[in-house]
Design a protein around this ligand. Structure first.
Ligand code: ZN
Length: 127
């Protein structure tokens, strides 16, 4: 991979990581400080209690999702250093430029990603 191209994706990955970190820091702070509760408690009654719990739940789920993305970004940065960035971890094929521009931390090509998602869906239906 050309150096300029490597630098481009490195920058993209770091920017994405930074955005994820500040966003999760905000979400985390809201949970810790009870800010979410405060926002919603203005019009709180028994009916809105389930909604309140759901909102906290969503914040937690987003934090889990963001932590996962940050992990994937770190993996991608490692692959950049090792020179394996842009190759699919499953089939070793090349990950398309369009896909990398859209998802710079993608570890799989579109075909392998879709196959994995299909398998996951089948497993979920069967279980
Ligand atoms: Zn693949």
């Amino acid at each position: 991979m050309l150096n300029t191209r490597r630098e481009k994706f490195k920058r993209l990955l770091y920017a994405k990581k930074q955005a994820m970190i500040s966003d999760s820091a905000r979400g985390f702070k809201n949970i810790i400080s009870g800010e979410n509760m405060h926002i919603l408690s203005k019009n709180i009654d028994d009916d809105s209690m389930p909604f309140l719990c759901q909102h906290e739940n969503l914040t937690f789920r987003r934090l889990t999702y963001q932590r996962d993305i940050i992990k994937r970004i770190d993996n991608a940065l490692e692959r950049l250093d090792q020179g394996t960035y842009g190759r699919c971890e499953e089939c070793d094929g090349e990950i398309g430029e369009d896909r990398l521009n859209l998802i710079p931390f993608a570890a799989y090509c579109t075909e392998c990603q879709e196959a994995a998602e299909f398998k996951k869906t089948v497993r979920r239906i069967l279980n």
